[in-house]
Design a protein around this ligand. Structure first.
Ligand code: ZN
Length: 132
């Protein structure tokens, strides 16, 4: 989960840190994820970072009861959600705002906001998902 901020996805992380969801789209219309410097569909290099609403549907989710890796700063349990962003199909990992809720439902509409997860003394921008 460590991210250098100079990779192809740097605008995503920098945007999230400012409360925006920026996603890369080629001139041909294809969304590129993971972010890349070339479009896999057309080979183009004209990639624009487009502001998207943080609205999505749940693709998959996991409730975590035990610590692993770099999650030491999170209260347990926590709920990770992979959600498909509306109208572009990109799937992004985030965390549910209130892990004590009833289980999320695949296909459920959710809305996100930007937050942070503390990892080894650094705040990593994170999408915090809310239901209904
Ligand atoms: Zn393209």
């Amino acid at each position: 989960m460590m991210h250098a901020n100079d990779g192809a996805d740097a605008p995503y992380w920098n945007g999230l840190a400012e409360g925006r969801l920026l996603l890369p789209r080629c001139r041909c219309g294809d969304w590129l994820w993971p972010a890349a410097n070339h479009c896999a569909a057309c080979g183009g290099e004209e990639i624009a970072w487009v502001d998207r609403p943080m609205r999505a549907t749940i693709f998959s989710w996991t409730r975590t009861w035990h610590r692993f890796g770099l999650t030491e700063s999170l209260d347990l349990p926590f709920v990770s959600i992979v959600a498909t962003i509306d109208d572009c199909g990109i799937r992004l990992l985030g965390r549910l705002d209130d892990p004590d809720q009833l289980d999320p439902v695949i296909g459920e509409a959710i809305a996100g906001r930007s937050g942070a997860t503390r990892v080894e003394g650094r705040d990593i921008p994170t999408i915090i998902w809310s239901r209904g």
